[in-house]
Design a protein around this ligand. Structure first.
Ligand code: FAD
Ligand code: NAD
Length: 154
């Protein structure tokens, strides 16, 4: 099976869009990601899946901490910036939660310590224990079929 067929299939699973952030030696790094999942309630765990070719991979291995900011439908420019799709430095604004950078005005910021990591194929799953959460009202940015959109209740 070719990679395009696989991506077309996975792209039919509509997701939200997040920016994963971490900090190494006072330097903040951010990356757009939709491979994010809630894992456990007790203890409170989440996971992200990071490509071994992404700079984020070595940064999280070093810092052993990350935050996941769930983007609102007003933050497509933020997603495009942190995916390297369209540079927009003006869209980049960080707040700090428990000393970890998060995206300002995101719907939710979840701050984590890495407690486990699993190399699987060309990605690593980082399991994060949730240290703190920040909630903001708004509507989510969606990703479906390789395109951005917004959420509509049926
Ligand atoms: P770079 O490509 O160097 O950084 C990404 C961009 O962020 C660059 O433009 C950089 O200038 C900017 N940036 C980073 N830090 C800062 C900062 N402190 N201040 C200002 N700008 C900064 N990949 C995965 O591995 N897992 C996923 O789950 C995933 N999901 C995705 C979902 C979507 C909807 C999209 C569009 C892409 C997804 N990707 C995912 C791909 C990933 O976002 C890109 O490959 C990304 O470019 C990898 O980032 P990098 O860590 O290699 O760093
Ligand atoms: P796309 O058609 O490439 O993505 C559709 C779906 O395919 C994604 O939601 C994801 O589930 C899956 N996918 C895509 N690339 C993958 C990868 N390298 N590893 C595992 N799953 C992957 O959508 P697009 O608009 O072409 O995406 C923009 C860019 O972002 C592409 O370069 C794509 O590879 C990358 N991306 C990477 C991941 C990831 O690494 N997990 C996820 C989404 C998008």
């Amino acid at each position: 099976m070719d990679s395009r067929t696989f991506r077309d299939a996975m792209g039919r699973f509509a997701t939200g869009v997040t920016v994963v952030t971490t900090q190494v030696d006072d330097e903040t790094h951010g990356m757009t990601a939709n491979a994010f999942m809630s894992v456990s309630l007790d203890p409170k765990l989440v996971t992200i899946s990071i490509d071994h070719n992404a700079k984020m991979y070595s940064r999280i291995k070093q810092s052993q901490q990350f935050a996941v900011s769930i983007l609102s439908d007003e933050q497509m420019d933020v997603s495009m910036h942190f995916a390297g799709q369209k540079d927009n430095p003006a869209a980049v604004q960080f707040d700090f939660v428990s000393g970890i950078p998060v995206i300002r005005d995101a719907l939710t910021a979840v701050v984590c310590n890495v407690i486990e990591s699993y190399e699987v194929g060309d990605h690593t799953l980082f399991i994060g224990e949730v240290l703190e959460i920040k909630l903001t009202d708004g509507n989510p940015l969606a990703f479906f079929g390789g395109k951005y959109g917004s959420y509509q209740p049926v």
